[in-house]
Design a protein around this ligand. Sequence first.
Ligand SMILES: [Zn+2]
Ligand SMILES: [Zn+2]
Length: 358
Amino acid sequence: MLPKPPAREPGLGFLYIPPYRIVGTSIAGEATSLMVPELDVCFDLGVCPRPMLPAKFACISHGHMDHIGGLAYYCSQRYFQGMGPGNIICPKAIAPAIRKMMDGYIDLERQKTPYNLIELEPEETHEIKNNTFVRGFALEHTVPTYGYSVYERRSKLKDEFVGLPQEKLTELKGQGTEITRWIEIPLVAYVFDTIPTPALVREDVRKAPVILAETTFFEPDDRARAKVGMHLHVADLVEWLRFTECQAMVIGHVSRRTNLAVAKSNLVKALGRDKAAKVHFLMDGKANKERFERQLMDAGEHPLQVKGGGKFGAGPFRSKPREGGPGMSGGMGGGMGGAAGGAGGRFSGPARDPDPRP
Ligand SMILES: [Zn+2]
Ligand SMILES: [Zn+2]
């Protein structure tokens, strides 16, 4: 009898929440890496799938291996492919350890991989695109951990000058009067690995249209485990959603043994259908594929016409969703393959094809 082939791994999760694509993988304890290509940023790099290499910035939440395992690879591979140094944004408290890790790889690879380490104090910000900033803020986990909020800074006419004719405004400006003020428009918040904390309802999280969030445990009996591991439980999520104004919350870091079908129906019961419809599971390949197909049809594009990525697959959703894997009933194993194929598909892959390293 022939041996069994290896178990099939789920591909990358993908959701299109206009104007953002949310791409990545996230399973509690194994690996979390999310990317928002439109913002040139990824959040955590537990692993570094090829489509994530082009992200100019990597915001690291904390030092657990499932969030950082692919970070050195990201920097080295970007260098190898001529994509420029990786820019690592991290809590100040873990920056020395990241530097030590990178030094270790310099010895191992005999290559001085360039990277920029941007260490943030809590509440400090860094510009990632023109007028778009990321801010780190403290969460409560077993090790020093940040959440991140991405916001756009816009200048707005001060209230007292609204309605004045343009010539008057120009004149005031000419006299040195400050006629505008800066406002912050929250875009995306990333909140992974924390217990419930006041940070969940800070303005730049509460008002973010898209929240990427962990929820590790869904069984009623798991509340104690959530406390010990310092993670969110679905009961916390339900409570949190009462305060958020998001148009979508994307859930990751779900434990592998979670039955997504049951988790989703419980969410509908707890939140009602409307509110529950805002909650998406990153790794729910089947539901996300159907959702994207609906989006394509609404946009007048036929799902079958979507050209997919390169040599790895025929479309963004190459592999058929599995009917649950070992210990993962209800769809966590749903494959969304072709995303990994990247180049030429809906996910822009890295600029160059990798050559085999000598
Ligand atoms: Zn984790
Ligand atoms: Zn952790």
